[in-house]
Design a protein around this ligand. Structure first.
Ligand SMILES: NC(=O)c1ccc[n+]([C@@H]2O[C@H](COP(=O)([O-])OP(=O)(O)OC[C@H]3O[C@@H](n4cnc5c(N)ncnc54)[C@H](OP(=O)(O)O)[C@@H]3O)[C@@H](O)[C@H]2O)c1
Length: 268
């Protein structure tokens, strides 16, 4: 148990499917025979993706949904179940970033980011979990971030939303594993998607820019991790070494992270 050995005839719900990582995941799931419910706010982009999937023989349903809105989440998940059957796999991927000093954040924007990045995943997970428990089977993926394990400056609110996701996923995994439900936490490093504006890209440390991966590569690694029954995936994998270093030498890690992002001003 725990391994999702085949995606054939499985029902998958992917949030944030209109772009980047979610789009790549939806396409790869459909190619492997899954029926995919595509959720995001931009219906035109979802419709185009659903068309791309159905025209190559797959099955997809586009549902406009703001994951930060509980009513919209309930309605969309009901519609997905009616059309495609109960969810076998939920990928909590919808989210966005925000690079700024903590003092520059409007508090309404802080609330909104937690609402989407963290509570959105809570709402979506609650929308499928009862049914998965009844069936004694299910897979839930949380798209967190390396910033959910090691917090860089100018990412305070984003990192907090991703630390919250990692905490939720880790505890939930232990609560539901004996009920037949498998939780996978994914912590990507930098992925080449519209998540980064041109300005953000210029601000990225050169080392991070050089090591960015394509969303298709990450999506392949996520499906591979599900097939192998893994509970955590940091990608690229070598980045997980930094967690061990942080545990053993927190001061060293703090200085490195501060200097990488802020130059000489960071990390005393
Ligand atoms: N790119 C990276 O380097 C990176 C690294 C670590 C983690 N991540 C995480 O990976 C996930 C996907 O990011 P990405 O890189 O693929 O970025 P992206 O290309 O900007 O895609 C983000 C997706 O989330 C959706 N979304 C945003 N707010 C939403 C809301 N309120 N309700 C429903 N959907 C919403 C967007 O769709 P609409 O705008 O149509 O709603 C879009 O489909 C995010 O959770 C992000 O934090 C990304």
């Amino acid at each position: 148990m725990g391994r999702l050995s085949s995606f054939e005839e499985k029902t998958a719900i992917v949030t944030g499917a209109s772009s980047g990582i979610g789009r790549a995941l939806a396409l790869q799931l459909a190619e492997r025979g899954a029926r995919v419910a595509l959720l995001a706010r931009r219906k035109d982009a979802l419709d185009a993706l659903a068309e791309e999937i159905t025209s190559s023989g797959g099955r997809a349903l586009a549902l406009a949904c703001d994951v930060g809105d509980r009513e919209q989440v309930s309605a969309s998940f009901r519609a997905a179940e009616e059309a495609l059957g109960p969810a076998d796999l939920l990928i909590n991927n919808a989210g966005y970033g925000g690079h700024r000093w903590f003092l520059e954040w409007d508090l309404n924007d802080v609330e909104r980011m937690m609402q989407v990045n963290f509570l959105g995943a809570v709402y979506c997970t609650r929308a499928v979990l009862d049914s998965m428990v009844r069936r004694g089977s299910g897979w839930i993926v949380f798209m967190a971030s390396v910033a959910g394990r090691i917090a860089p400056p100018r990412e305070s609110v984003y990192a907090a939303s991703k630390f919250a996701l990692v905490g939720l996923a880790s505890a939930l995994s232990l609560e539901v594993e004996n009920l037949g439900i498998h939780v996978l936490t994914v912590c990507p490093g930098a992925v080449r998607t519209p998540f980064f504006s041109e300005g953000d890209l210029e601000e990225l440390p050169p080392v991070a820019r050089r090591r960015m991966v394509a969303p298709e590569e990450l999506a392949g690694a996520v499906l591979g991790a599900l097939r192998r029954g893994r509970r955590e995936l940091t990608y690229p994998r070598w980045m997980a070494l930094a967690y061990a270093v942080q545990g053993l030498a927190p001061g060293f890690t703090r200085r490195q992270v501060g200097r990488t992002v802020l130059g000489e001003r960071g990390g005393k």
